[in-house]
Design a protein around this ligand. Structure first.
Ligand SMILES: Nc1ncnc2c1ncn2[C@@H]1O[C@H](COP(=O)(O)OP(=O)(O)O)[C@@H](O)[C@H]1O
Ligand SMILES: Nc1ncnc2c1ncn2[C@H]1C[C@H](O)[C@@H](COP(=O)(O)O)O1
Length: 228
């Protein structure tokens, strides 16, 4: 019996990994996709044509970058739909608007008009009955010091040159955002409780929790929502 069957995780599940920059989403995406034999949907940071410029000048590039991310994530969403699920997704589409766009708008690095245009496009594309929400959002959390340590260790130049206040603001916003998030079921994991890089067995208890959450959520949906 494979791990997916062992933990009762449906083959068509879509699991999205959320959390602040550097917390370990990509590492988790890789481990889960290997363990479950699922496809991955990654943010392609190296191929992003705006990210470097954005970190140098938020005002100039924040709108362009959000539109780019929205388009990329929507294409990924379409791919997931076409394959019929069985995916681990590195970062959710909800964080783009709930964290990044809002933060830049609040801080004055995205204009009110751009923010309005962006949010109305986001709502028209995402907040519709045609947009399938994931079965589960895994939210990764940890101490601010650990997260900043990981950003430093990873060493992306554009992130090293960004003031620590930016990461602190984002970290605090994430904590508030997740408390109010309700678009799909949430499993919160603390990065101090597992170590996917040095202890490959630490994925097992995570798989067990995932199986439990998804089964509960599907049972709830089957008994509360009309069948299509
Ligand atoms: N358990 C761990 N212990 C120490 N470092 C880790 C651990 N998991 C991930 N990292 C490191 O932290 C950095 C950020 O992880 P990553 O998965 O790229 O985060 P994200 O995708 O959330 O930005 C990477 O250098 C990664 O190797
Ligand atoms: N929607 C976004 N707006 C601004 N910046 C973003 C957005 N989504 C991701 N990013 C940045 C943050 C990081 O520098 C890279 C990749 O994020 P990571 O959390 O390391 O996967 O892109």
């Amino acid at each position: 019996m494979n791990a997916r069957e062992k933990f009762g995780i449906p083959h068509d599940s879509v699991i999205t990994i959320a959390g602040t920059v550097g917390v370990g989403k990509s590492t988790m995406t890789n481990s889960l996709s290997q363990a479950l034999n699922f496809r991955t949907s990654f943010e392609k940071v190296e191929k992003n044509p705006y990210l470097d410029s954005f970190y140098k000048n938020f005002e100039r590039w924040s709108f362009h970058l959000q539109i780019y991310f929205l388009a990329e994530r929507f294409k990924e969403q379409k791919k997931i739909f076409e394959y019929g699920g069985g995916f681990i997704q590195d970062r959710s589409i909800y964080e783009d608007t709930g964290i990044f766009a809002k933060m830049h708008y609040d801080k004055g690095t995205m204009s009110p008009t751009d923010y309005d245009t962006y949010t109305s496009l986001f709502d028209a594309m995402v907040m519709t009955p045609y947009f399938p929400h994931p079965d589960l959002l895994i939210y990764l959390e940890g101490s601010f010091d650990d997260v900043v340590g990981r950003i430093k260790e990873r060493g992306r130049p554009m992130e090293q040159e960004t003031p620590i206040e930016y990461w602190e603001e984002m970290y605090n916003r994430y904590e508030d955002w997740i408390d109010d998030f309700n678009a799909c079921p949430v499993l919160r994991l603390n990065i101090a409780d597992y170590d996917l890089l040095n202890d490959e067995d630490s994925v097992e208890p995570i798989l067990e929790k995932i199986g439990h959450f998804i089964q509960q959520a599907r049972k709830w949906r089957a008994s509360h929502l009309p069948s299509s």
